[in-house]
Design a protein around this ligand. Sequence first.
Ligand code: GBH
Length: 462
Amino acid sequence: PRVEQVDPIDTLPPTFRWGVATSSYQIEGAVAEDGRTPSIWDTFCRVPGAVANGDHGDVACDHYHRMPEDVALIADLGLDTYRFSVAWPRVQPGGRGPANPAGLAFYDRLVDELLGRGVDPWVTLYHWDLPQELEDAGGWPNRDTAYRFADYAELVFAALGDRVRTWTTLNEPWCSAMLGYAYGDHAPGRRDLGDGIAAAHHLLLGHGLATRRLRAAAQSPIELGLTVNLSTADPATDSAADRDAARAADGLGNRLYLDPVLRGAYPQDVVADLAAEGVRIPVQDGDLEVIATPIDVLGVNYYFGQLHSGVDEQGRERDDDGRPVRRVVRRDLPRTAMDWEIVPESFTDLLVRLHRDYPGVPMVITENGAAFDDKPDAEGFVADDDRVDYLTEHLRAVARARQAGADLRGYFAWSLLDNFEWAYGYDKRFGIVRVDYETQRRTPKRSALWYRDTVRRVRGQR
Ligand code: GBH
């Protein structure tokens, strides 16, 4: 255990950005209003067995109709930034052609409401709700989707760029590509490694194209970035098999996204692993230059760190098909309601490693948080000490990485509200504010009050 004189959180500078994050499909509801067309998640939610309890985002947190109340919650917590995403099928129905003014009007009002309350809007252009029509035309494995995304990005920028300074192109391309197209856990539910890898490349291409378009369109300085979900991948033992399993996991999960964007090349070891599976990344001339267009900020989403082994339970290093075994090892650690291990030390390791391997790009934690089995009292208040502990330890981990030299500029808790947790539906609650889905009543949990007080203290406002 380290002995520290002051709480590391108190070493975070007054300029540090403090916020909360959400995403469109997880909170908005109103899926058929004001000209919005279906996204791949509207479709996927109707596939029997795809989402827990048959849940869907038709109503979600009804944020579309309660937006001013939700902005007031953020402002009352004293936070300076709100990270939200724009629903592509709301503002450009079908994913092509002209803007839908009624859909854009919602984000227009949201941005104005935030600015009026002194909260900085931080826009994510794509948090997984691809227009269904584009999926019908091939989805992200189809190269054309990257160009459609760049057009869409420009259209949103034309409407909000006069007031929004910070833009994130994609949220977690690994999830869109692999969970959506390779593993089938997320929309659109395809299960093909080649499709997953093609999707990953076209997502990155779309990111690069959109970055260039926004940079060209900007009349005043803007901050552009990409948000990736990252995890540590440590070997379970020092054996060669375990070390190779960890390398492969780090390659497919982390470096496949970081390297092309920040170094202009795909990692050769991952390219070789994929070739062994008969998969080639569909790179065309000039793609990597586009993907490596400089960004101003890297968004990091972290939930937990993983341990990997290259042997199965019987000690075999290869499976029946002769492929190397790659297994995640669960440790005897406390877990969240998602069954994710709580490993704050890995967060520090990850951030210090990013600083070492990808120097020069400022980082912001665009998501961090946890689901727990919340027990509201009769008034709907949740005394979520487990979440307070999780957030405290992870913020300390961020502050320690910063003390070790990592260029960290801000932190967003996931999430403002309990919301639609994708394939897990509404059962898993990540909010610092409770949502009663019967009444849509919002009640700040103890973690929200702790967050408010912490931000105040660090800013020296008390
Ligand atoms: C984020 O995804 C999303 O951006 C957000 O919308 C979501 O609500 C939030 O996190 C909470 O889930 O157990 O094999 O899946 C995070 C997705 C979580 C993907 C951890 C990788 C690793 C291990 N990541 N997961 S596994």
